[in-house]
Design a protein. Structure first.
Length: 102
């Protein structure tokens, strides 16, 4: 079982068509049923994020992401070593969550 810290990312355009992290806010943690980082898939992470319940300012809880449809959402191993993943709506657009392996 691997555990990831979940961060909401505040991103700014970097001027080259990419994104630069401005700040991050820890919103919780998720776990995936994998023995090593090589076993982790984007599908596992999206399912775990869908099950993560966040409380909004008015009090009700909602899922961190509303869908696990990989045509809509993506999770990308940013450095290729499994230590940091970015999750967003469409690849190439601003990521909304960062996942850091603990």
């Amino acid at each position: 079982m691997l555990v990831f810290d979940v961060f909401f990312l505040d991103m700014l355009p970097d001027g080259d068509g990419g994104w630069e992290e401005n700040s991050r806010y820890r919103v919780g943690e998720i776990s995936v049923d994998a023995e090593t980082v090589d076993d982790v898939t984007d599908k596992m992470l999206l399912n775990a994020l869908h099950n993560l319940q966040l409380r909004n300012l008015a009090g009700p809880r909602r899922s961190a992401i509303q869908t696990t449809d990989r045509r809509v959402m993506y999770a990308e191993d940013f450095y290729g070593d499994g230590q940091w993943w970015e999750v967003g709506i469409r690849k190439g657009h601003e990521p909304c969550y960062g996942l850091k392996l603990l």
